[in-house]
Design a protein around this ligand. Structure first.
Ligand code: ATP
Length: 325
C-alpha cells in the first residue's frame, strides 16, 4: 500500500534506460531503451507493442532481472532488480522468444527438471507438473520426447515450465511468433485462463491482433521510446477514426489517385489520407459514405475495403510507418 492507501503498482518504471556498450573501443554505446515510464497493476495483461528493434526485448530482459538497467528507476514487487534480483526472479515466470527446452528429456521430465532446478521439493514438483501438463493440454504427450511436438505444443510446454514456481508475474517475449493461426488461438486461450487465475501478464508483440486480444493496457514502442499508452480501444479512439477505407489502384495510377484522394477528403468531418506503397488508406467516420464520394469522382479502384480501425492504424499514425515495415 502507498501512503494514501491505494495499492502500489506491481511494476513501476521511471526514466528506464538500457544502453549497450560500444562494440569497438572508444565507439558510442547503443541506446536500445531511451528513458521510458510505465506501470503495471496486479492482475493486468500489459503489452509492449512495436516493430523489430523497438526495444521491447531489452525492456523484458530488465524486467526479468537478467540485464541491469543503465539508467532510471525500476521497481518490481516493490523491490529493486539491481539489489534484489534473486528474490524477484523467484516470483517471476519467464517465457523467452526461443524455446529453451531440453530435447533429450520427455515433456514431463522437462517440467520436473525445471522445478528441481528451482529448489522445490520433488513431491511438490511432481504434483505441479501433473497440473501443468493438464493446463498445457499435453497430458497425452507427457512421456514423449520433444521431437514429436508441434511448434504450438513446444510453446505451451515452455509456458507450463515457466509456471512451475507459481509466479505472480509472467513475462512473455513474443509468445506466438512463428505459430500458425490455430496454435496462436489455443495459446491465447491458455493465457486468458492464467489471467483469470490472477497472474499478471506482461508480453511483447509485433502482432496488433495479439495486442488487441490479450492486453488490457499497452504501450506502443518505437526506437526505444514509448509513443503512447492506453487500452487498445482508447488508443484507437485517440489516434484513428472509426473506419478505414482501403483502396488499391493499378500501379501506374497509384500516385495520381493518391493525390486526387488527398484533395477529396473532408478534414472537417475528420477524414485523413495515408499513402502506403501499395494502398491508399482513407480514415473516415463512415467508410461507405466516403467510398460513394470516391466513386462519384470517377475514381475506379481495383479493390475497395471498408474495415474498422486497428492498432496497426494507431502505430502508423504514431510512427509514420507500418508495424511490419
Ligand atoms: N546485447 C546487445 N548489444 C548491442 N545491441 C543490442 C543488444 N541487444 C539488443 N540490441 C539492439 O537494441 C535494439 C533493440 O533491440 P530489442 O531486441 O530490445 O528490440 P525488440 O523491440 O525486442 O525487437 P525484436 O522484436 O527484434 O526482438 C536493436 O537495435 C538491437 O540490435
Amino acid at each position: 500500500m502507498t501512503r494514501d492507501g491505494t495499492a502500489a503498482p506491481l511494476i513501476q518504471a521511471r526514466g528506464l534506460r538500457k544502453t549497450y556498450p560500444a562494440k569497438v573501443r572508444g565507439g558510442e554505446g547503443f541506446q536500445a531503451v531511451a528513458g521510458i515510464d510505465f506501470h503495471v497493476d496486479r492482475g493486468e495483461a500489459f503489452g509492449f507493442l512495436g516493430p523489430n528493434g523497438a526495444g521491447k526485448s531489452s525492456t523484458m530482459r530488465m524486467l526479468g532481472c537478467v540485464s541491469p538497467p543503465t539508467g532510471g528507476d525500476l521497481r518490481i514487487l516493490g523491490m529493486d532488480p539491481r539489489r534484489d534480483g534473486r528474490r524477484i526472479r523467484a516470483r517471476l515466470g519467464v517465457v523467452p522468444q526461443d524455446d529453451v527446452l531440453d530435447p533429450d528429456l520427455s515433456v514431463r521430465e522437462n517440467l520436473l527438471m525445471y522445478g528441481i532446478y528451482f529448489g522445490l521439493p520433488r513431491r511438490v514438483v511432481r504434483e505441479r507438473a501433473g497440473r501443468l501438463l493438464d493446463f498445457a493440454q499435453l497430458e497425452d504427450k507427457a512421456e514423449e520426447k520433444l521431437g514429436s511436438l508441434s511448434g504450438g505444443m513446444r510453446r505451451r510446454l515452455t509456458i507450463a515450465r515457466s509456471l512451475i514456481n507459481e509466479p505472480d508475474i509472467l513475462l512473455l517475449d513474443e509468445p506466438t511468433t512463428g505459430l500458425d493461426p490455430q496454435a496462436r488461438h489455443v495459446l491465447w486461450d491458455r493465457l486468458f485462463r492464467l489471467k483469470q487465475q490472477g497472474v499478471t501478464l506482461l508480453l511483447t508483440t509485433h502482432y496488433m491482433d495479439e495486442a488487441e486480444q490479450l492486453c488490457d493496457r499497452l504501450v506502443v514502442m518505437d526506437k526505444g521510446l514509448i509513443a503512447d499508452e492506453g487500452s487498445p480501444q482508447e488508443l484507437i479512439q485517440r489516434h484513428s477514426t472509426r473506419e478505414v477505407l482501403e483502396l488499391r489502384f493499378p500501379i501506374e495510377e497509384h500516385e495520381q489517385a493518391a493525390g486526387k484522394l488527398s484533395a477529396l477528403v473532408r478534414a472537417d468531418v475528420g477524414e485523413r489520407v495515408e499513402v502506403l506503397p501499395d494502398r491508399v488508406l482513407v480514415y473516415t467516420p463512415d467508410g461507405e459514405a466516403t467510398l460513394a464520394v470516391v466513386t462519384a469522382a470517377q475514381m475506379v479502384p481495383v479493390t475497395a475495403l471498408v474495415r474498422r480501425s486497428t492498432l496497426e492504424d494507431v502505430f502508423l499514425r504514431l510512427a509514420g510507418r507500418s508495424l511490419t515495415d
